[in-house]
Design a protein around this ligand. Structure first.
Ligand SMILES: [Mn+2]
Length: 313
């Protein structure tokens, strides 16, 4: 039995990709079970509730050598701890290739598209398997989530085509209204503790030379239709960021507040060293602990590559 899971601090693409890929593998004769590596965010909880699908079980460890399929990630820093001791049999991903290692030949599928869901649709079509209506709803939700309803620069024509193909199968008549309801659910943060807000969409990246001088940064993102709510909690968030930076031994930590509807990014910095990097890597102005990153709303396409270039030896 293959354990299928997306990255730590899972988003909608990570959770739905695990569910749909586990079902696809099982339908193709390879028994697989979906898991998640963290709590659901409010958007993903909404999506699963609307689809009538139970959340996959939370996974914290597996015995050495267990078969695993990675979806929506491939870097060990974003995966189950002890990944190097597991047997990676499959990867379906749309991110940069990191430190992936496999102990045996594996099935790998990387496409530079806006979400894992678009690749999973391709896998169904290539296998001549119809997409089940519930899976279509999960995949459509992931396309809308990862591309911010096609606003993100990561969006490709294939993602738009995937959504148009999936919507009728999913029974979603008005995709725009559905996307807005997903974003409203995601933005309804209530009294969520600042430490949870920080980690809801949070990834750790190594930058620079792997030897001496390598940098480890935590990059959080809060995508919201109500950025004012997040800015109102800046002091609490700053404390949570500094605590996490120290606890995880990071060289830098930033938290991007992405205004989904206006497509802007105001990034909170944990300290002056991060502020310096924001100025140098992005030419950003930094005021009151917040860097103005303009319309750079994609961590994957606009934040990570700039930091990678900045720290390149
Ligand atoms: Mn994704």
């Amino acid at each position: 039995m293959i354990a299928v899971f997306g990255h730590l601090n899972p988003d909608t693409d990570a959770v739905t990709a695990a569910l749909v890929y586990a079902n696809l593998l099982s339908r193709q004769g390879t028994p697989a079970v979906a898991y998640r590596l963290g709590e659901l965010n409010f958007e993903t909880a909404f999506v699963l509730r609307e689809a009538g699908v139970a959340a996959p079980e939370l996974l914290s460890s597996l015995p050495d050598g267990h078969d695993v399929a990675l979806v929506d990630h491939n870097e060990s820093a974003q995966s189950l701890s002890g990944l190097k001791k597991l047997s990676v049999t499959h990867v379906v991903d749309h991110h940069r290739l990191g430190d992936l290692e496999t102990s045996q030949p594996a099935t790998l599928r990387f496409d530079p598209v806006g979400c894992t869901a678009t690749i999973l649709l391709r896998l169904h079509l290539e296998a001549n398997l119809p997409v089940e209506p519930t899976d279509a709803r999960l995949l459509l939700s992931a396309v809308l989530s990862d591309t911010l309803h096609f606003r993100s620069p990561t969006t490709t024509p294939a993602d738009r085509e995937a959504a148009a193909f999936l919507a009728p199968i999913a029974g979603v008549a008005d995709v725009t209204t559905y996307a807005l309801s997903m974003f409203a659910a995601k933005s309804d943060l209530g009294d969520t503790p600042a430490s949870t807000l920080l980690k809801m969409d949070y990834k750790v990246f190594p930058f620079g030379a792997q030897q001496a001088g390598a940098q480890k940064w935590g990059l959080g993102v809060i995508e919201t239709t109500n950025p004012g709510y997040v800015f109102g909690r800046q002091a609490e968030l700053l404390a949570a960021m500094q605590a996490e930076k120290a606890a995880a031994g990071l060289d830098g930590l930033i938290l991007s507040v992405v205004d989904i509807l206006n497509e802007t990014n105001h990034t909170l910095v944990a300290g002056e060293s991060e502020a310096e990097v924001m100025r140098a890597a992005f030419g950003a102005t930094v005021q009151g602990g917040m860097a103005d990153l303009g319309h750079r709303i994609s961590r994957k396409k606009q934040i990570v590559p700039a930091l990678e270039a900045h720290f390149a030896p």
